[in-house]
Structures are given as C-alpha cells and as structure tokens.
Ligand binder design. Structure first.
Ligand code: PHE
Length: 339
C-alpha cells in the first residue's frame, strides 16, 4: 500500500480511443528525468493499475539511483480491465492513448518497455513522442532490454551464489524460474547451459516446454537452491524454502517486512531493484549517454559487485539486504542531487 503521498506527479487518464485507463506515475526526478517502462496488462480495476504504477515508479527511483544512473523513477501502466478481451485493435488504441499521455510530459519522463510491451510497440509509440527507448536496431534503437536484464540477473546471481554457497558457479544447483516471459525464458536457457538443473513455472504451460515444470502456486515454496522470480510482483512471502532468491521481477516482496523475516529464516534475498537493473543500465547508457555496446554491458556486469557489497554489509551489520540497498540508493539520491 502507498502510505503517504510522495510522488512528484501522477496522471491517470481515460484513453479517448480505447476507454482504457492509463497512468503515468513519476515518483522522483531528483537525479534527472524520470525513466521507466510501460506495463500493459489486465487488472481487475483501474485502481489496481494506478496502485501498481505508484509502486513500480517508486521502484524505478531506487533502481536508477542504486545503479548510479542520472535518472529518476517513473512508470506507465495501461490497465486493461480484466472484464474485456484484449483484441489487437484495443491494444493499439490503448498504446496510442499512452503515447499521447507520455508526450504530454515533454521529456521529463522517458519510457521503455516492460511486461506486455516490446520494441515493436516502441516504434508505434515514437509516432506520438520522441521520449521512448528500446526501438529495434533496424529503427536506430538498441532493441529489446530483456537480454541485458537477464545478464544483470546472472551477475547478481553470481554474487548471491558466492555469499550463500561459497562459489559463483550455478552448475549442479536446482533453480526454479517463475515466469517464462521475455527475461525468464532467457534465464532458464542460460542457466541450463551453465549446468543448473532448471525447474520452471508459468501461468501458460506452453511457455514451459522442454523443462521440468511446477505449478505457479507451488513454485515459490518448492525446495531448491535458488528461486528466480521473473513474473509480476507481490509474490515473495516468508515461506520461501530456497536459501537464495534473486530475479528480475519488480516489487517482489509481499511487503517490506518480509525482508527481515527472510533474513531470520536464513534466506538471502537479493533486492529486486538491484538485480533487475540490467535493462535500464544498458538502454540508458547507450541511448541517453552514448556508450557503445561493450561499455554498456560492462556497466551491467557491475551489478555483481553492487550485490556483493550489499550482501556483505547486511551480514556484517545484521541488517537486511533491502536495508543496505535502500541505503545505497538514498546516498546516491542525496549526493548526486547536489552535483
Ligand atoms: N522494464 C524496465 C524495468 O523495469 C524499464 C526499462 C527498461 C526502461 C529499459 C527503459 C529501458 O527496469
């Protein structure tokens, strides 16, 4: 729940073409223009979409700050009602409505893809606003951010494995990937290639072909070495059984106090806003700061060191990885904002 008003600017508008409520939430611009993806999915009510946008935008403030990026946090949520069917026409209309709303921010909010949107949608959105990222390379962009996001998770995973098992190798470990979307499926493939025994779960069983499967409802508490949340958030409670949790999903914890419960249960949870930053780091380093591919990927790899530092400080000071990651982000928010 959002406890008190802390966002800089939030606009929810009923799309004039689609009738779908679209929210752009800007949590903070202290470090620069707000940046964050466009989520398009079905929600029971428009309030659920708004609540998600508020949480996700705040998460982006911490994600960008912890990653040392000169950007604030924002997010767009296109909240298609669960009661209607998402036809291609409705989807296109809703994207157009979102494009128009994003344009009205005049570059103080920069949008990329998120769950439910991809590089081709960004091409369409460019006809409404310049302030969208991740167009395909054929359109002069840097393409999908899913690959770099997955690389960032693998970097975070190495640091987590070193802290929990004393070795950065995932070979021979049983890993559960929950959510076989664009990032989860890349992770499942790469982890298998690295010798892990991979178990997957997805609401759509067709996405799980080729892997041992567990039902989504059971996946978060299955016995495994590593749990990789790669779907929607609000899923990690205190009953996780894997000793290491690290994945690309945003806002993973059911609530912030789960961080302490996990620590007390001996579970190492790598803060989501650190582990999932590979996509924004790569895309913004390239498209906004002009780095080349290698330099941008090298920046993504620094997630390993950030996670190692966060986990080490949490264990020496007896706090939680969440507290240490928040401290890191807040230090950046305080110091970078002054320069
Ligand atoms: N979906 C991305 C995230 O949650 C947001 C994003 C990716 C924004 C790439 C811009 C570019 O971090």
């Amino acid at each position: 729940m959002v406890e008190s008003w802390e966002h800089e600017e939030v606009v929810t508008r009923l799309g004039r073409r689609s009738g779908v409520p679209v929210t752009v939430a800007v949590h903070s611009r202290r470090l620069g223009p707000a940046a964050g993806g466009i989520r398009l999915r079905q929600y029971p009510t428009w309030q659920d979409g708004l609540t998600d946008a508020l949480r996700l935008a705040k998460g982006m403030t911490y994600k960008n700050a912890a990653a040392g990026l000169p950007f604030g946090g924002g997010k767009t949520v296109i909240a298609v009602p669960s009661s209607v069917s998402l036809t291609p026409t409705l989807r296109a209309d809703a994207l157009a409505d979102a494009g128009e709303l994003i344009a009205s921010f005049n570059g103080t909010y920069l949008a990329g893809p998120d769950i439910g949107t991809g590089p081709d949608d960004m091409v369409y959105l460019r006809s409404f606003t310049d302030h969208v990222f991740c167009l395909p390379e054929s359109h002069g962009g840097t393409g999908s951010s899913s690959g770099p996001t997955a690389r960032g998770v693998l970097a975070a995973l190495r640091a987590g494995l070193a802290a929990v098992f004393g070795s950065t190798s995932v070979s021979g470990r049983r890993v559960v990937v929950v959510g076989m979307g664009s990032v989860g499926s890349l992770l499942a493939r790469e982890l298998s290639a690295q010798g892990a025994s991979v178990v997957v779960a997805d609401v759509d069983p067709a996405q799980c072909a080729g892997y041992e499967q567990v039902p989504v409802a059971a996946a978060y508490s299955v016995a495994a070495d590593v749990l990789v949340p790669a779907a929607v958030g609000g899923v990690i409670g205190p009953r996780v059984r894997a000793p290491l949790v690290v994945g690309p999903a945003n806002n993973q914890l059911v609530s912030d106090d789960v961080a302490a419960a996990l620590r007390d249960a001996g579970v190492v949870w790598v803060p989501d806003f650190v582990a999932s930053a590979g996509g924004v780091i790569y895309t913004l380093s390239r498209e906004a700061s002009g780095l080349d591919r290698e330099a941008a990927l090298a920046r993504v790899e620094t997630i390993e060191e950030t996670v190692a530092t966060v986990l080490a400080s949490a264990s020496t000071s007896g706090t939680t990885p969440l507290a240490e990651a928040l401290k890191l982000a807040e230090q950046r928010l305080d110091t970078l904002a002054l320069t």
